[in-house]
Design a protein around this ligand. Structure first.
Ligand SMILES: Cc1ncc(C[n+]2csc(CCOP(=O)(O)OP(=O)(O)O)c2C)c(N)n1
Ligand SMILES: [Mg+2]
Length: 326
């Protein structure tokens, strides 16, 4: 589906922003400023930007552990997302969540918890609530090719199909679960067949083509809003980095990495904007410079923000209960 110039330009901006965002995170994870594990999604920007853009702010989003980009586009000020990853007091969750546990209920980012497959179950709750309350809010849950092997995925697909819940299963097949290629852990060539087993309309699309991503998510969202039930979409894509920031990823053939880097979703979109939409190289460079300035500002804010006070370490741990730290 050919999107108009304005929408494609917006998507380009969003993709470049999350790419630069992640590149900055990579540097500060490597030098030890960012604590804990960090999973980057460089190479998967068309999925993240496209899926979020095809949804409404009021739709429920369950990002995965590789979700910085998705989260930064859900409506939360991206500088609060970056500060959270830096574990700063100014972060959207007060620096307590860090890279993998960022939520913002106002934007209906329902967060992640580090347990692969868990959100496949919890997403049934928001989807059921939409049906129960007779709203047309959709629930989008992100999962990877490896996570699909969790038993919870069967339970979720079964219940969503039976109850016709308004869920979009966004299966980001970036081809590896840590170091295991998906063909070594699943018998199917196409993982979308998991949905078909439960009679859920299921598709495989090019996850590096942002227009293809938008088209299929809009179809799925429309079905869900009309009460026609869940859809499973397998987005075929690739993560350029290793599993976590710092993983040398020696398990991947060089030609394979090169093939996918040549299919960079940002370069592909840039090409369309120039060749089909008539944008000039200079105007795109200007956009890139503006984004660079924005990301540098997010970085300055994060670095200059204080760490949370140790005295507040247990705040928010128990509901309505004061806990004194000694
Ligand atoms: C229940 C559970 N098992 C194992 C892990 C460890 N783990 C974290 S990410 C991951 C691989 C996930 O692969 P995939 O779903 O393909 O997502 P990707 O990392 O490729 O984005 C594993 C095994 C975990 N966090 N939770
Ligand atoms: Mg994977």
């Amino acid at each position: 589906m050919a999107l108009g110039k304005l929408r494609l330009e917006k998507l380009y901006r969003n993709m470049v922003m999350i790419r630069r965002f992640e590149e900055v995170i990579e540097v500060y994870a490597a030098n030890g400023t960012i604590p804990g594990f960090v999973h980057l999604s460089i190479g998967q920007e068309a999925c993240q930007a496209g899926i979020v853009d095809a949804l409404r702010k009021t739709d429920y989003k369950f990002p995965d552990h590789r979700g910085h980009g998705t989260i930064a586009l859900c409506g939360t000020d991206p500088k609060l997302v970056m500060a959270e990853i830096f574990a700063r007091d100014t972060g959207i969750n007060g620096g307590r969540g860090g890279s993998m546990h960022i939520n913002d209920i106002e934007c209906r980012n329902m967060g992640f918890n580090g347990i692969q497959g868990s959100t496949m179950v919890t997403c049934l709750g928001t989807a059921f609530a939409s049906v129960y309350k007779e709203t047309d809010d959709v629930t989008a849950v992100f999962l990877g090719d490896g996570t699909l092997g969790e038993g919870t995925c069967h339970e979720s697909l079964n219940m969503a199909a039976t109850w016709k819940l308004p869920i979009i299963y966004c299966l980001l097949n970036n081809q590896y679960a840590i170091s295991t290629h998906y063909t070594d852990s699943h018998p199917q060539k196409e993982l979308k067949t998991w949905g078909e087993g439960y009679e859920i309309p299921s598709y495989r699309v090019d996850g590096n083509d942002v227009e293809a991503v938008i088209e299929i998510v809009e179809i799925a969202a429309d079905r869900a809003r009309k009460g026609e039930g869940p859809t499973l979409i397998e987005f075929l894509t690739y993560r350029w980095q290793g599993h976590f920031a710092g993983d040398p990823a020696a398990y991947r053939p060089e030609e394979e990495v090169k093939y996918w880097k040549d299919r960079d979703p940002i370069k592909l979109t840039r090409k369309i904007l120039i060749e089909r939409e008539g944008m000039s190289d200079e105007s795109l460079k200007q956009i890139e410079e503006e984004i660079e300035a924005d990301v540098q500002e997010m970085l300055r804010f994060s670095l200059e923000s204080p760490s949370p006070d140790i005295k507040d370490a247990v705040t928010h741990t128990y509901v309505d209960r004061e806990v004194e730290i000694r």
